[in-house]
Design a protein. Structure first.
Ligand SMILES: [Zn+2]
Length: 343
């Protein structure tokens, strides 16, 4: 930790503290030691054996220096406190910004955190009406994050990183993921928080590859037998499915995109052409195949509805969908590939 109490109960930052003075932890009130080295950021540490519920000791130099840099940068937004202790919820955000009428907690996350811990912290802040921003450290920036991990920190439609060595924020948004391919996203760098971009990116993927990869899975019997059998009973083959099924790029799915889109097509078929259905009825059947919180799920489903509408399969009317026409199943794979090449 960077902040401790001096003997007058004043908050003191470690880089202004003196070795000969006595300092206490603002959380547990126990005495702490000032640690000053050539390499590490000056910081305070509990004596071994102290059990402190508010501060954990395993902070890296990167976390400490990043926290100080961020605090400096946030001063323009309002009153900034480093490691402010919130006794009501026994939490201590890395930085607490007090603006005119609201409070924003900033968590600078450099180490792994479980979904459960993250949810608990978010719930704590929410109970105090404090908005929270998760900013990820260098480690997260450097490793390739899984979909699950990205969805965990996804907020305001993006991920935010801070790199102390470069003194820059990095943002990632517009995540998309095709089957059999890596994760794609748009990334940009900035000096300040809350900075958007006007950039957009097109999604380019090879539909032919998607078809052949799925064909391979079928040959290797790696497609759920129940799907194949279900279609067979309806005198259909998976590879004859409409081209739309292969064009999926929805991020944060727990099943492949083709499978997700197959389910959507079957749902629309059940509604039937020129019939209306409540959007929620469809959404509720799809959300279980998505990771993340309700915000994330509804955003992804809205994107899918827009995609269906763009293809003239549905028309969105307030809380309802009208099924305009159903995607065409093909009579053979060669006919389907011809159709694809015609376009
Ligand atoms: Zn303590």
């Amino acid at each position: 930790m960077i902040i401790a109490f001096d003997d007058k109960k004043q908050y003191i930052c470690a880089n202004r503290a003196i070795k000969s003075q006595k300092y206490c932890c603002p959380g547990c009130q126990e005495q702490v030691i000032l640690k000053v080295g050539d390499v590490n950021q000056p910081h305070f540490a509990h004596y071994s054996g102290t059990v402190c519920a508010t501060f954990t000791e395993n902070e890296t130099a990167q976390h400490l220096s990043g926290k100080l840099q961020l605090a400096e940068k946030f001063k323009k937004y309002g009153h900034v406190q480093i490691e402010a202790v919130l006794p009501e919820i026994n939490q201590r955000p890395d930085i607490l910004i007090t603006l005119k009428e609201r409070k924003v907690a900033v968590e600078y996350q450099c180490s792994p955190i479980s979904q459960k811990r993250l949810d608990e912290r978010n719930a704590g802040y929410s109970s105090q009406n404090i908005q929270v921003i998760w900013i990820l450290g260098q480690n997260y920036f450097e490793k390739s994050m899984t979909q699950k991990s990205i969805v965990k920190f996804w907020a305001q439609k993006k991920l935010t990183f801070y790199l102390p060595e470069k003194e820059r924020f990095v943002y990632r948004k517009d995540f998309w993921k095709c089957d059999f391919e890596r994760i794609h996203y748009l990334e940009w760098m900035s000096h300040s928080l809350f900075e958007g971009t006007t950039k957009t990116q097109g999604i380019n993927f090879k539909i032919e590859k998607q078809i052949y990869k799925l064909q391979n899975l079928l040959i290797q019997k790696r497609v759920d037998e129940r799907i194949v059998r279900y279609l067979y009973n309806k005198e259909r083959l998976l590879l004859h499915a409409p081209l739309w099924m292969h064009k999926g790029h929805t991020f944060g799915l727990t099943i492949p995109n083709w499978h997700f889109r197959l389910l959507i097509m079957l749902l629309l078929e059940r509604v039937g052409q020129e019939n209306m259905v409540k959007k929620d009825d469809i959404s509720n059947k799809l959300t279980k195949y998505l990771m993340g919180d309700d915000d994330f799920k509804h955003y992804q489903i809205a994107l899918i509805f827009n995609d269906l509408e763009k293809n003239h399969y549905i028309l969105q009317q307030g809380q309802h969908l009208l099924v305009r026409r159903l995607p065409n199943w093909h009579t053979s794979l060669s006919q389907k590939l011809c159709k694809m090449r015609d376009k």
